[in-house]
Design a protein around this ligand. Structure first.
Ligand SMILES: *Cc1c(COP(=O)(O)O)cnc(C)c1O
Length: 363
């Protein structure tokens, strides 16, 4: 089977983990944690990095720390991984869904304002499958209505909107380092912010709500959302390689784009888009079938030894997030959308093999 996404782990990661193990600092204190937080924040030109146990806890921590609570509404795209909406629900707040943009699959800014009311407190733009959201437009909407922006950057480390890295536009941005993300720590996450007070609040809530200056004193109920030194040891090594990973992802996209161009011209499928204002990191190269269901191609590729993933289901179709609106763009994308093998270590021949099998399917 050609895997869809595999981590790229080298000797640097092994050496760092060994060093961390030998040092005895194997829990959530140790040099690699501070190093990883500082380096990841610096990579983005941001003031503070708060590492977490995973991307979902990063989102929950961010929402909780900016004060999202019962009765609040938070705008999220209908087409995303469920964790985005779940983190809102953990705060006893309500995720309010917005349809996708047909050209680049992220939240459609033109559909946001109709969902804003007096309870709306925040927007979570999700940079889906490596492509940035339209942060200029979303920023204008947030300014006009006094809304907080929390970026869900779990799938797009290093992507750029108009030449500026995503993860730098929101009040807080949240990353995931799950095994298949652009860089990984096994499980892991990070919040970035320029707001020192918010950074401190996130650090306290991440550590049981315990006051740093007074041990075992709790002013409020916090969480254990800490990253371990072992995870951070992997992260430090991965971060050194991030630009190489991204360049390879972009090369992979070029090969797919070239190989599938004809099917795009024949209106059989839509290629993974990249808007003029965007630099995508093509986290996982994806296509949308225009006339057929994604499962037909998924089954065919599976029989040829090619692993794939269907797109997410629009959240509104599932019981916990159901609502009465319709999200036709997200539903169409989900009907025809699938992701193709995109590991940074995949060989060009393997990509060409996948391309040939896709073309064969349409013949
Ligand atoms: C992966 C992912 C998350 C959650 O990250 P975990 O580290 O798996 O908790 C959140 N949002 C999106 C869009 C993701 O792809």
């Amino acid at each position: 089977m050609i895997p869809i996404l595999e981590p790229s782990i080298g000797n640097e990661e092994l050496e760092n983990v060994l060093e961390a193990l030998k040092s005895g600092w194997i829990s959530s204190r140790g040099e690699f944690i501070t190093k990883f937080e500082e380096k990841f924040a610096r990579y983005h030109g941001m003031g503070f990095g708060i590492s977490t146990s995973n991307g979902t806890t990063a989102l929950h921590l961010a929402l909780k720390s900016v004060g999202i609570k019962k009765g609040d509404e938070v705008i999220v795209p209908s087409l995303t991984f469920a964790a985005t909406a779940n983190a809102v629900i953990y705060c006893n707040a309500k995720p309010v869904l917005v349809d996708s943009h047909p050209d680049y699959w992220c939240i459609d800014p033109s559909r946001i304002e109709e969902k804003i009311n007096k309870n709306t407190r925040a927007i979570i733009p999700v940079h889906l499958y490596g492509h940035p959201c339209d942060m200029g437009w979303i920023g204008d909407i947030a300014d006009e209505h006094g809304l907080i922006i929390i970026e869900d950057a779990a799938e797009a480390h290093g992507a750029e909107y108009r030449g500026k890295k995503i993860g730098t536009f929101g009040d807080v941005s949240c990353f995931s380092f799950y095994g298949n993300k652009i860089i990984t720590t096994g499980e892991g996450g990070m919040c970035l912010t320029n707001d020192e007070e918010l950074a401190e609040r996130m650090a306290v809530l991440r550590d049981h709500g315990m006051r740093p200056e007074k041990r075992y004193w709790h002013e409020e109920v916090g969480f254990n959302y800490r990253m371990t030194n072992l995870q951070a040891a992997v992260g430090v090594a991965q971060l050194e390689k991030i630009d190489g990973f991204i360049n390879r992802k972009r090369e992979i996209a070029e090969i797919y784009n070239r190989g599938l161009a004809e099917l795009h011209e024949n209106e059989e499928l839509m290629l993974h888009p990249e808007m003029l204002w965007a630099r995508s990191v093509y986290w996982v190269y994806s296509i949308v079938l225009k006339k057929r269901k994604n499962m037909d191609l998924i089954r065919y590729l599976n029989s040829c030894g090619v692993d794939t993933r269907p797109f997410f289901y629009p959240l509104n179709l599932m019981p916990p997030y159901k609502d009465d609106s319709s999200y036709p763009v997200a539903e169409n994308l989900s009907y025809g959308g699938l992701s193709l093998p995109s590991s940074v270590e995949i060989g060009d021949e393997a990509i060409e093999y996948v391309v040939d099998r896709v073309r064969e399917f349409f013949e």
